[in-house]
Design a protein around this ligand. Structure first.
Ligand SMILES: [Mg+2]
Length: 118
């Protein structure tokens, strides 16, 4: 029996840390795995589902016999599993994002198209 309800959902202005705490609560509430390997496999599965939804979004051909995909739901699934994996490995995603962006902001980006010379 789940203890979380709609009233427990993060509010619209919730911080990334608050959302990550909510994912920790739902992980415990639903008895989801705390195994890093199992969760990483699940993350790749959810990314695959997101890829399928993006294929449909882009109008690419797809097998109509495959189950329905919903782009919003697939983005949410990926975020939930990613934050769950961060919780298992005790990574504060807000702090990680800020630390990495500080590195990225000082980095010089040299983006080129495929087969284009630097
Ligand atoms: Mg999914």
């Amino acid at each position: 029996m789940t203890k979380l309800s709609v009233k427990d959902l993060p509010r619209e202005s919730a911080s990334l840390r608050e959302i990550q705490k909510y994912v920790a609560a739902l992980t415990a509430d639903r008895g989801f795995s705390m195994d890093v390997n199992e969760e990483f496999i699940l993350l790749t599965e959810e990314i695959g589902e997101l890829a399928k939804a993006l294929r449909k979004f882009n109008g690419y051909k797809f097998d109509t016999k495959t189950h329905e995909t919903n782009l919003r739901e697939e983005f949410a699934d990926v975020l939930i599993v990613l934050l769950g994996l961060a919780n298992i490995t005790e990574i504060d995603m807000y702090a990680a994002l800020i630390e990495k962006e500080k590195i990225n902001l000082s980095r010089r980006w040299n983006i080129v198209k495929d087969k284009e010379e630097n």
